[in-house]
Design a protein around this ligand. Structure first.
Ligand code: FE2
Length: 364
């Protein structure tokens, strides 16, 4: 941690999704994405208003939560936004300090610092608001020996192997036209993050759709938050479509890293995960663009995995179709070989694929 770093972040703690039916969502992420159920809270464990399923794979932890009654903040969130990310929670050494530093620098407090405990120890929590109805919970779990949080009961997983997903690589937010710089400045000011990359609409546009993106990163480079806003195109930007259906800003995609993307995508396809298609023509000039790589081009072409190179190395990536009926949240699987970018060279190929889906929905 750099001297003077007022917001040291140890890592991603978890992402909590508010969903309409957490029981079924958990089944989907367990069976299709290879997660294991590790903890649960709900009526059976003394929680009266909600059910939460904690699922894990590698160092990735997702929490799926549903309200049990209609007149509830979680139910209202789902009514407005559909299934989606509510909380991008970060592990910090001192949640009270993190909260105070952020609030002092203009962040809006959502949950004052407090401690929850059980016989396995104590966890310190606090939360602040970010774009839309999304929040960041600061979690200090240094003094906790349980599976997740006090109030949750550990679950014995089904013993099945995962698909090789290891860690969260980045988590992308979509914000309204003209608001990207506001949120870039927010992460600079409240988190001490720096803007490591910027894509203008000259890099990221197709005939119809355009967006602009800036990537914020903490000092360690572990936490990366790209922020997108729509840009003018001939037709409706995919970011605008998201904002319409999510009813405001929110998390667009969660990128999960694998160190064997070929094996991971093979397994996810077998389990029924649907990925965006890539035109055959993409593979005709991909080798010229990217050059020599470790993986077999035949595997990449067969599985429709995308490849990109920057000055530091190359990366492999692929995007799922949206994970719910609203065209909002989707997932990315990424394998980095030195490259620190986000697949800029693939944006055009990718967006053409996304727009084919958008056209099918009658929104282009
Ligand atoms: Fe991404």
């Amino acid at each position: 941690m750099a001297a003077g770093d007022f917001m040291p972040i140890e890592g991603w703690d978890h992402l909590e999704l508010y969903v309409g039916n957490a029981k079924q969502a958990a089944y989907f992420y367990e069976h299709a994405f290879g997660f294991q159920l590790t903890a649960y809270a709900g009526p059976e464990t003394g929680v009266r208003d909600r059910a939460s399923y904690v699922i894990e794979q590698g160092d990735i932890r997702l929490v799926l939560t549903s309200a049990l009654r209609g007149d509830h903040e979680i139910a209202r969130h789902v009514l407005t936004h559909g299934d989606g990310v509510r909380d991008i929670a970060l592990t910090v050494p001192d949640a009270t300090q993190a909260y105070r530093e952020a609030v002092q620098r203009g962040a809006r407090g959502v949950s004052e610092p407090h401690v929850v405990e059980d016989e396995l120890g104590r966890v310190e929590l606090a939360a602040i608001a970010t774009y839309g109805d999304t929040v960041h919970t600061f979690v200090n779990r240094a003094d906790y020996g349980g599976t997740y949080l006090p109030g949750y009961v550990a679950q014995v997983g089904n013993g099945a192997l995962g698909v090789g997903l290891k860690v969260i690589d980045h988590c992308v937010g979509n914000v309204e036209l003209g608001r990207m710089d506001h949120w870039v400045e927010f992460y600079e000011r409240a988190f001490g993050m720096t803007n490591i990359l910027h894509f203008g609409d000259e890099q990221i546009h197709t005939e119809y759709s355009a967006l602009m993106s800036k990537v914020m990163s903490d000092g360690s480079g572990k936490i990366k938050f790209p922020i997108n806003e729509p840009a003018e195109g001939k037709r409706k930007s995919q970011i605008e479509e998201y904002l319409d259906y999510f009813a405001g800003p929110g998390v667009q995609h969660i990128a999960l890293a694998s160190d064997d993307i070929v094996g991971t995508i093979h397994a996810m396809r077998e389990r029924g995960v649907a990925f965006l298609g890539t035109p055959e023509a993409y593979y005709e000039d991909a080798f010229d663009r990217v050059g020599e790589i470790e993986q077999s081009w035949e595997d990449l072409r067969r599985l429709r995995i995308l490849v990109d190179r920057d000055e530091d190395g190359y990366l492999l990536q692929i995007f799922t179709k949206t994970a719910q009926d609203r065209p909002t949240l989707f997932f990315e699987v990424i394998e980095r070989h030195g490259a620190r970018g986000f697949g800029e060279g693939n944006f055009k190929a990718l967006f053409e694929s996304i727009e084919r889906e958008q056209a099918l929905r009658g929104n282009l």
